[in-house]
Design a protein around this ligand. Sequence first.
Ligand code: SAM
Length: 181
Amino acid sequence: MFLKNIRMIGVLRLGHRVRRDKRISTHVFLTARALGANFGVFTGDEDDNIINSLAETARIWGGSFKVEYSGNYVNTINEFKNKGFKIVHLTMYGLPIKDKISELKCFKDILLIVGGAKVPREVYTLSDYNISVGFQPHSEVAALAIFLHEYYEGKELDIKFPEARLVVEPQEKGKKVLKCF
Ligand code: SAM
C-alpha cells in the first residue's frame, strides 16, 4: 500500500517564464502529482494557467494536489525550512543521488527545488542538499521523476488518488476509463 499521507513532498519550480515555459512548468507539476508529491509552488512570472490546469487535473483524476505562486523564492524556502522541511535542490552540479538517497529517505517533509533558466547562487547555499541525477544537463521533469522514483522505491507507481472521477483500467490494447461519479 502507498502511504503517501505520512509524507509531505513539495516542489518549488524556480523562474517560470510565461512565454517559454508554459508546457514544461505544467509538466513539472503533473509529474510531481502523479509520482507522489503533495503540492507545488512556482516563482518567476505569475501564470494562472498552471494553477488552473493542475486544479482541473485533480478535479478529474483525484487527490488534492495544489499549486501556488510565490513572488519571492527566498521567503518560500525559509518558510518551509521553518516548518521543518529539508530543502533539496536538484542540480547537475550536486552530490550524486545514489550516494545520498538513503539519507534523504529518512526525511518525511521535503521541498524539492528545480530550476529553469539560470538558478541563483543563493539557492545552492540556502538548500540543505544539492543533488545531481547524473552529471549531464537534462530536464527538470526528468530530474524530478527520477528523484521521486528513488525516494519512493517504485511504490509511487501504484498510487491511487481519492475522489477520482476517472480511473484508468489498464488494457493490453486500447483504452478503458471508468467513470466513478
Ligand atoms: N545547468 C542546469 C543545472 O544546474 O542542473 C541545467 C538546467 S535544466 C534546463 C533546468 C533544471 O533541470 C535545473 O535547474 C535542475 O533543477 C534540473 N536538472 C537538469 N539536469 C539535471 C541533473 N543532471 N541533475 C539534477 N537536476 C537536473
